[in-house]
Write a new protein. Structure first.
Length: 206
């Protein structure tokens, strides 16, 4: 039977029942991404201050995902462990990147190079995600496009002062966060019901 969510790219070989860490990691990622991207998208006419994002980045987006990644390592799930540990590290490093500068934010070029690295990291994970299910595959594709838009924005591709790519990245990030919420809900409901309830459209993972 095909695996149906990001946490089951590799099935643990154990007879002992264990809690699934993926919903925690997905929700830590989704909530932090949503809060950040609501500001970046400028959907409400003005950007949110960075203050609500930074605690989330350190504790929930960073800490919770890092723990989820460690538990995925223990479960033998290479993809889930790499993804959750990696993006947990992303949010923790983002916290320090935005607090170690006197002005509170890094320079545009610094941010661009930083985001370029994460764009490449996410692109690599896409190759694994497309073998799990449609929901997970679309999450990583959307996330990579989000990183790409933010990277190009910080490189000033459209000129200094033009925030079009920032807003595009924000909107894509919001959609990515909603995807993560759905993916987490599907995993929680499946665990409670003992069967798939919300469709995630499995793909071949062999």
């Amino acid at each position: 039977m095909a695996q149906t969510s990001v946490e089951t790219a590799t099935k643990p070989s154990t007879a002992t029942a264990k809690a699934n860490p993926a919903p925690l990691g997905l929700l830590g990622f989704g909530v932090t991404t949503l809060v950040f991207c609501l500001g970046a998208s400028n959907l409400f006419g003005s950007k949110l201050d960075a203050d609500p994002v930074l605690p989330l980045a350190l504790v929930f987006g960073g800490g919770a995902q890092l723990l989820a990644g460690m538990w995925e390592f223990h479960a033998g799930n290479t993809f889930g462990a790499t993804a959750f540990t990696g993006f947990g590290a992303f949010w923790i490093s983002d916290f320090f990147l935005n607090t170690q500068h006197v002005a509170g934010t890094p320079g545009a070029y610094d941010a661009a190079v930083y985001l370029l690295g994460w764009t490449i990291f996410t692109f690599i994970l896409v190759f694994g995600a497309v073998r799990i299910n449609v929901v997970t595959a679309s999450l990583f594709i959307l996330l990579d496009l989000t990183f790409l838009a933010l990277t190009l924005q910080n490189f000033g591709i459209l000129g200094n002062g033009n925030t079009t790519l920032l807003q595009i990245g924000g909107v894509l990030g919001i959609i990515t966060a909603l995807n993560a919420f759905y993916n987490a809900t599907a995993a929680i409901v499946k665990d409670l019901a003992g069967r798939d309830v919300l469709p995630v459209f499995p793909l071949g993972n062999r």
